[in-house]
Design a protein around this ligand. Structure first.
Ligand code: TRP
Length: 465
């Protein structure tokens, strides 16, 4: 460990940066429509259980590995398991970061474009017309140049913040953006709830409909628990590596989970109260945000402001997540190759942006994965969220159980908790069970996806569910 390795400036700064990583498109865009379509509160309950039994152990595991070694994933696994193949889990994380950021940066560009588009009154002409809005959206994402320009701007901002460093860039950025996201979301929730008929949206999102809950929605909830907490590619190892030994990791992990969950619920509330009040289609799925919302914002008083604020928080949420993804790569080249922060960020941020250009083009006429019958954009999305992240997460769990050992893991957790009286034997037993359960569950998801891929039918379909 080098003496001048950067560290977070404060506990609050770390919690905001880590929750900034967690809070992203997953919370504001994915969670609301998934919950809406899969049984409302019934889905939310399953999702919360998944967060607690799968998310919390792996999150703590990643933070502990990072803080213990003060290294990013490749170095961390190498240090804790010398001469073994575990370092490949670290490399898998770096590879996942490449894959994810390539398409995440493209969507980040869309959020920026929609913020500006709303600000200049662009939604006005879409009012009450989902067909026109769908056309505008499709024309935009499939055009050759326009989305790429926005993607370049988004990636440039992301790189600019990373180059400033852990404390002055990532932490300061999160300290500004996270409170803004929370405050603006709060205002949007109040706006939604005070619209006539808005409370219908609450029923849709929070009333449990257990009949809508299928086994595949359970698999969905599990996968999402993982994605939303940024697990499985060493993001939290990297962020944990900038922590000092004074912090209580359990307390920090719980804060990150609480903020992440609260923001997902607030986003769902804001979106569905507005959707219901305006009589729009709540089951629009993935197109809800970019297609349906622009048609209803102009219909509410001060719609220009609300629409702009909404896309602005979506942009900030995407940005703080993108930063955490790029930091995994930057930290690898700083730690393992001795590169400067600036060189690593510019070079690999540039490469990722370049790959991202092909993702963007694949929504239009130029797709390099036509042979696979899928757009390059979807290909990278599925590759990472269905395979790379769950595999990385399961291996991290197995690493802690089998290689590092629950005992050493807990020794790391104990640091910063000296003043708290806990029955550590009990904690050890619980941790053992949790890690086994979470690794098993994640393996099951991966197996399910693989059978679906190879045999064309997933396990749950085979079981007739
Ligand atoms: N958690 C983010 C979201 O909800 C996405 C994200 C950021 C992520 N870093 C990650 C996902 C690392 C997996 C791994 O949108």
């Amino acid at each position: 460990m080098s003496d001048n390795r950067e560290q977070w400036g404060s506990k609050l700064g770390f919690i905001l940066a880590a929750s900034g990583s967690a809070v992203g498109l997953g919370n504001i865009w994915k969670y609301p429509h998934m919950a809406g379509q899969n049984g409302g509160a019934a889905f939310t309950i399953v999702y919360l259980v998944c967060i607690l039994i799968v998310g919390l152990p792996i999150l703590l595991g990643e933070l502990a590995v990072g803080r213990n070694t003060q290294l990013s994933p490749v170095g961390a696994f190498t240090r804790l398991a010398k001469g073994s193949n575990w370092k490949w889990v670290g490399f898998l994380g770096v590879a996942s970061a490449f894959v994810i950021l390539s398409f995440y940066g493209v969507v980040g560009g869309w959020t920026l474009r929609y913020t500006i588009y709303s600000l200049f009154g662009g939604f006005e002409s879409l009012s009450g017309n989902p067909d026109a809005s769908g056309e505008v959206f499709n024309n935009f994402i499939s055009s050759a140049i326009n989305p790429i320009i926005w993607q370049l701007v988004f990636m440039a901002v992301c790189m600019g913040i990373i180059i400033k460093g852990v404390k002055l860039g990532i932490e300061e950025g999160a300290k500004i953006m996270m409170p803004l996201i929370i405050i603006i979301l709060g205002v949007l929730v109040v706006r939604g709830l005070t619209l006539e008929g808005g409370s219908e949206g609450l029923n849709f999102l929070f009333k449990p409909k257990f009949s809508d809950l299928t086994p595949s929605s359970i698999v969905l909830a599990l996968g999402h628990a993982f994605f939303t907490l940024s697990l499985g590619m060493g993001t939290m190892i990297t962020y944990g590596s900038y922590l000092d030994k004074k912090q209580n990791l359990i307390n920090s992990a719980i804060w990150v989970i609480l903020l992440d969950t609260a923001i997902a619920m607030l986003a769902g509330t804001a979106i569905f109260t507005i959707v219901f009040a305006m009589g729009a289609d709540p089951s629009a799925g993935a197109g809800l945000i970019f297609v349906v919302l622009p048609t209803i914002f102009p219909q509410i008083g001060g719609g220009l402001v609300w629409g702009t604020l909404f896309f602005f928080i979506l942009f900030m949420a995407a940005l703080t997540s993108a930063i955490s993804i790029l930091e995994v790569i930057t930290a690898y080249f700083i730690d393992e190759k001795g590169w400067s922060r600036q060189k690593a960020t510019l070079l690999f941020g540039g490469v990722i942006t370049f790959v991202g250009v092909f993702c963007s083009l694949s929504m239009g006429s130029f797709n390099i994965t036509t042979a696979l019958d899928i757009s390059f954009f979807d290909f990278l999305d599925e590759l990472s969220s269905k395979y790379m992240l769950p595999i990385g997460g399961a291996l991290t769990g197995i690493f802690i159980l089998n290689k590092w050992g629950i005992g050493l893991f807990l020794d790391e957790i104990k640091i910063g908790m000296e003043h708290i009286n806990l029955d550590w034997n009990f904690v050890k037993n619980i941790s053992n069970i949790l890690f086994i359960v979470s690794a098993l569950i994640v393996c099951l998801i991966i197996f399910n996806e693989l059978t679906a891929l190879v045999l064309g039918i997933s396990l749950q379909e085979m079981a007739g569910l």
